[in-house]
Design a protein around this ligand. Structure first.
Ligand code: FES
Ligand code: FES
Length: 155
């Protein structure tokens, strides 16, 4: 297949790539840029494990063509750390409150939660549950994830 030039901004860094036009953002992140924090679960938009932020909005990277998001700022879980290497308050709260078991859903959950806190720093439980309703977790039963997001919001 012919390749096309694509320029992406990911976690504040520019990347010039030469890729097939049907390459997904998830494939670019994981396979071309080795940003493997973003996980592939279903690969068809149903589980949320591949969620990243596109200019602050959560998107499914498995359903998004890389070429579509040129000009946007993409944030992955690797971009949540502060510049001095500290964990984002959400990451710390997930660790401290038992919101991570197998961890497969965690990156996607964190990105959906970060998008929520960016638009509403003080969400109630119902808003939190709605914000993560498209992210499937098979392990935790969600209660500890909701609690961790509440704690991070207070922090
Ligand atoms: S891998 Fe993208 S939604 Fe499941
Ligand atoms: S911690 Fe295992 S799927 Fe959520």
């Amino acid at each position: 297949m012919n390749k096309i030039p694509v320029t992406l901004s990911i976690n504040g860094e520019g990347h010039d790539l030469y890729i097939p036009p049907n390459r997904t953002l998830l494939e670019v992140l994981r396979e071309d840029l080795s940003l493997t924090g973003t996980k592939e679960g279903c690969g068809e938009g149903a589980c949320g494990s591949c969620t990243v932020l596109c200019s602050g909005h959560p998107i499914r990277s498995c359903l998004t063509l890389a070429a579509e998001v040129q000009g946007e700022e993409i944030t992955t879980v690797e971009g949540l750390r502060t510049k001095d290497g500290r964990l984002d308050p959400l990451q710390q709260a997930f660790m401290d409150h038992g919101a991570v078991q197998c961890g497969f859903c965690t990156a996607g959950m964190l990105m959906s939660a970060r998008a929520l806190l960016m638009r509403n720093p003080e969400p109630g439980e119902e808003e939190i549950r709605k914000a993560i309703s498209s992210n499937i977790c098979r392990c935790t039963g969600y209660a500890k994830i909701v609690e961790a997001i509440e704690v991070a919001a207070r922090a």
